[in-house]
Ligand binder design. Structure first.
Ligand code: UT7
Length: 316
């Protein structure tokens, strides 16, 4: 395990699967429209599951997969824009769910919407410097997006799903590059506190076409940014694990970069857009399918509300 950056992965989704056909009974849409415009067939929607419950399940699996002693954890970071509470954080509640209350570890949440996992993983790298004795940390992306959706709005409700993915990170050795950005835009907007301090809730709205164009622009930019930092080209990369928002976005970015077939991986068909959870869920699938070998170079690319975006390049 020595020197490995990602030492273990795990993921969890709710039990309840919502198909495109199910959605046709709720809003004016069709399986054909959803499939051709987004690539999504199914998504999992929480009934009783909370963000903390999904996060803790994914984190527990990642710990098991890593084989590390949980007592060696120094921090726990959860990326989410759909926490169960303003406070305590999802991370603190996962600490409790995992029975790690007795450990004086750092626990906090990060909100960079769908880019959250890439942000959290970058921050995690810094934690090893600020906490010198720290050996391992947990980084989670967890969302119950269904709680902030309007199921009368066909432009958003067909896109998103719930879930969580987690990784155990270790003090890394070797190749690493990262890049984070934000535009300060409101193209994706959800739940705000109104003037006068009164709390009001607004379901998620999104300017789909604008976000689509933004994504197709920033994915290749982010990938090239970390490649340039590392002095590598795309041929040196085994997988690009891109945020799963729309099959057409992934294909367009893949085309712009001239990627080889299979380099850009996907699972959007089965989960929809799970926001900060999409990248670690996909990473967990690659890991459990035995598709990652020591030394493989991987790029993670996120984009989403904020508008935020970012990428990380590392060796498996
Ligand atoms: O993770 C956060 C980042 N988010 C994203 O990356 C999302 C980026 N955007 C997208 O993925 C796409 O823009 C969408 C999937 C959201 C929409 O696809 P689009 O090809 O951009 O469709 P559109 O918004 O241009 O709408 C085309 C038509 C419209 O009808 P008219 O005006 O042409 O008559 C919509 O009203 O499709 C209609 N439409 C639908 N029809 C059936 C919109 N939603 C639906 C629907 N079913 N669910």
């Amino acid at each position: 395990m020595k020197g490995r950056f990602i030492c273990g992965t795990g993921s969890a989704v709710p039990e309840n699967c919502l198909t495109n056909h199910d959605l046709t009974l709720m809003v004016d849409t069709s399986d054909e429209w959803i499939t051709t415009r987004t690539g999504i067939k199914n998504r999992y929607i929480a009934k009783d599951e909370t963000t903390v419950a999904l996060a803790a399940k994914a984190a527990g699996k990642a710990l098991e997969n890593s084989g590390i002693n949980p007592e060696e954890l120094g921090f726990l970071i959860a990326a989410t824009f759909t926490p169960d509470n303003f406070t305590p954080s999802v991370a603190s509640m996962v600490q409790r769910e995992l029975g790690l209350n007795h450990l004086p570890i750092a626990a906090f949440d990060i909100n960079a919407a769908c880019s959250g996992f890439v942000y959290a993983l970058t921050v995690a790298c810094g934690m090893f410097h600020t906490l010198p004795g720290c050996k391992y940390g947990l980084v989670i992306g967890a969302e119950v997006v269904s709680r902030v959706l309007d199921y009368n709005d066909r432009t958003t409700c067909i896109l998103f799903g719930d879930g969580a993915g987690a990784v155990v990170v270790g003090r890394r050795e070797g190749l690493f590059a990262s890049f984070l950005g934000s535009k300060g835009d409101v193209e994706i907007l959800c739940a705000k506190i109104a003037d006068g301090g009164k709390l009001s809730f607004k379901p998620l709205t999104m300017k789909g076409r604008e976000v689509y164009q933004f994504a197709v622009e920033v994915i290749p930019e982010s990938v090239n940014n970390v490649l340039n930092q590392a002095g590598l080209s795309l041929q040196d990369i085994k997988y690009v694990v891109c945020h799963q928002a729309n099959e057409r976005i992934i294909s367009a970015a893949e085309g712009k970069l001239g990627a080889q077939p299979g380099q850009f991986v996907r699972n959007i068909e089965r989960y929809g857009n799970t926001s900060a959870a999409s990248i670690p869920i996909l990473l967990d699938e690659l890991n459990r399918e035995g598709r990652l070998n020591p030394g493989d170079r991987v790029i993670l690319v996120g984009f989403g509300g904020g508008l935020t975006w970012g990428s990380i390049l590392f060796e498996w």
